[in-house]
Design a protein around this ligand. Structure first.
Ligand SMILES: NC(=O)c1ccc[n+]([C@@H]2O[C@H](COP(=O)([O-])OP(=O)(O)OC[C@H]3O[C@@H](n4cnc5c(N)ncnc54)[C@H](OP(=O)(O)O)[C@@H]3O)[C@@H](O)[C@H]2O)c1
Length: 226
């Protein structure tokens, strides 16, 4: 397949490497070649099957709108734009393309989400909960997209709205902790990413899975099928 990867940063460059290893044809654009999404014209995207975005919360909406305008399938790993989720969903439906996004493309984190969903029961039994997330100091958005998903899972399962505390330090790839505390005991759940490889593999598998599909998908709902 022909993939256009947006972002030559920490994750985008690993996605490109992983896609090449899976024998896809890959082109990568960095910020200098794509200010304001100017490289994403229908002509330039003609031979591209799917655009994969790992850029910034500030630039990603321009990329999404340009790709939808060119009727291209898209996989979006960039976080920090979810306030526009409903608007993007309706634009995707209007454009009749395939769109898959995810706050976290790692299978391990998605298993963690399932564990958290069952642990959320604690909030109904006199436990108070807190979410902590730690990332490297260059991460632009806070709280992380993954911690917001954790917060939403617990709210949907138990009605409790947990506070999120964010730390930006060193070169931490991504650590998410959920603590439920009661007078009797403490439940401690943690996911700690060792590298970005899991994100890259999840993004490439998502782009393969999206081929020939239309519709709006969240990675957390489809990862078992990849
Ligand atoms: N969903 C997941 O599983 C997952 C996993 C990891 C990261 N993320 C998210 O993915 C995003 C990127 O993370 P990262 O750690 O790779 O960040 P990063 O290392 O800072 O990389 C971001 C890259 O985007 C480039 N960029 C900015 N505007 C662009 C544009 N218009 N066109 C093309 N490239 C552009 C930047 O280029 P310059 O350096 O030239 O400015 C930079 O290289 C963040 O939102 C992060 O939260 C998601």
């Amino acid at each position: 397949m022909n993939f256009l990867i947006l972002g030559r940063g920490k994750t985008g460059s690993l996605v490109a490497q992983c896609a090449k290893e899976r024998h896809h044809h890959v082109r990568v654009l960095g910020a200098d070649q794509n200010r304001g999404g100017r490289a994403l014209t229908p002509d330039a995207l003609r031979d591209v099957n799917t655009v994969i975005d790992f850029t910034t919360p500030v630039s990603v909406m321009e990329h999404i709108l340009a790709c939808l305008g060119a009727k291209k399938n898209m996989v979006v790993g960039t976080t920090g734009w979810y306030g526009h989720l409903d608007a993007v969903r309706s634009q995707v439906e209007k454009a009749g393309v395939g769109f898959l996004y995810g706050a976290n493309f790692s299978v391990g984190v998605n298993l963690f989400f399932d564990t958290v969903r069952s642990a959320a029961e604690a909030a109904r039994h006199k436990y108070s909960g807190q979410i902590f997330e730690r990332h490297h100091q260059h991460k632009k958005d806070a709280p992380s997209g993954t911690s917001l998903v954790l917060q939403r899972i617990i709210k949907d399962s138990s009605g409790a709205e947990l506070e999120i505390t964010s730390f930006r330090e060193g070169d931490v790839v991504g650590m998410h902790e959920l603590i439920f505390d009661s007078p009797n005991d403490r439940i401690y759940l943690c996911h700690d990413a060792k590298s970005r490889q899991g994100y890259a593999e999840g993004a490439v598998l998502s782009a393969e899975w999206l081929s020939g599909k239309t519709g709006f998908y969240d990675f957390k709902d489809v990862w078992r099928e990849l």
